[in-house]
Design a protein around this ligand. Sequence first.
Ligand code: PLP
Length: 379
Amino acid sequence: MKLATKMIHAGAEPDPSTGAIMTPIFQTSTYVQEAPGVNKGFEYARSQNPTRKALEEALAIIENGKFGLAFGSGVAATDAVIKLLKPGDEVICGNDMYGGTYRLFTMVFEKFGIRFHYVNMHNLDVVKGMINSNTKLIWVETPTNPLMNICDIAAVATMAKKNNILVCVDNTFASPYLQNPLDLGADIVMHSATKYLGGHSDVIQGSLIMNDQALREQLYFIQKSCGAVPGPMDCFLVLRGIKTLAVRMKAHCENGQRVAEWLRSNPRVAKVYWPGFADHPGHEVAKKQMRGFGGMLSFELKNDSIDEAKRVLSSTRIFSLAESLGGVESLINHPAIMTHASIPREERIKNGLNDSLIRLSVGIEDADDLIADLQSAIG
Ligand SMILES: Cc1ncc(COP(=O)(O)O)c(C=O)c1O
């Protein structure tokens, strides 16, 4: 099946009891058994729920994987992956990634004896140089949040396989419409389904997708033992969101390009971070591993002061000032104060995330209106 068809039909079987075309919201905590241990495959809703099952099947289909698992949030999905590890294990990850992932790694897991090495994942020699016998996982976020850096997934996966290291790719920014990391050799794909998969800023959820049955069993064990499962209503919302992923992503890509090009032509803008530009350092890799460049971008103003950034951030009318991304409506965000505040300032600046950086999640409104809004805010 082609992508758009797959997104609409993934995991959607008519309900056997009524023929309902949409998977019902099975709002139940338990299931009646005929006799002890005799049941219809559902025992207790932390372990199994039919709405979640339909979603997990859909997730596997749209990421070209065999198994999907849904979690209560994106960070809960990340948390489950790190729980595959034990004290003494080491992880290589990017020095430019979502602030909440950095917080989870440094402030929760380091105290359990897991070591994280934050490196420039764009430079494969640096990644290679970090590998040692304790390395058990390479955590890839591409494109990165918020600097839109690109990492070559296939090259990292080849390097990891030689050393028996798992590769997990946070595919939140690209979505399965633009990039399928399992096809490129990754072992696990992670999503903050809160973003493009849900698509309407009305749900918090995370997902993991994988091909290996043993890995699925380990992660399912963590999912049910630690209990970070999403409720059935939220599973329904993400299932519904996936149906329009293809049309939404097409529009996000078109608007993203219009806004990126307009920003670049604006004399008050110093730099635009968007992998669709031919001179972006990750452009060739992005072209190879993605089907488009998406609707996320960041920019810096020529007047590189935090006050000027704050003025712009507070002046837009269609772009709402908010954390999160990937919804149909456009959002404007200040990573230094908002989404990436948990990264120490020194560390942020060293890795290129300046105080004045502004991040946009370009929605699917009319691009002319979005540009007019930015024009009136930036000048
Ligand atoms: C790239 C990326 N990964 C993970 C997350 C965490 O997801 P959630 O907020 O659903 O827990 C986010 C949230 O912004 C994100 O942008």
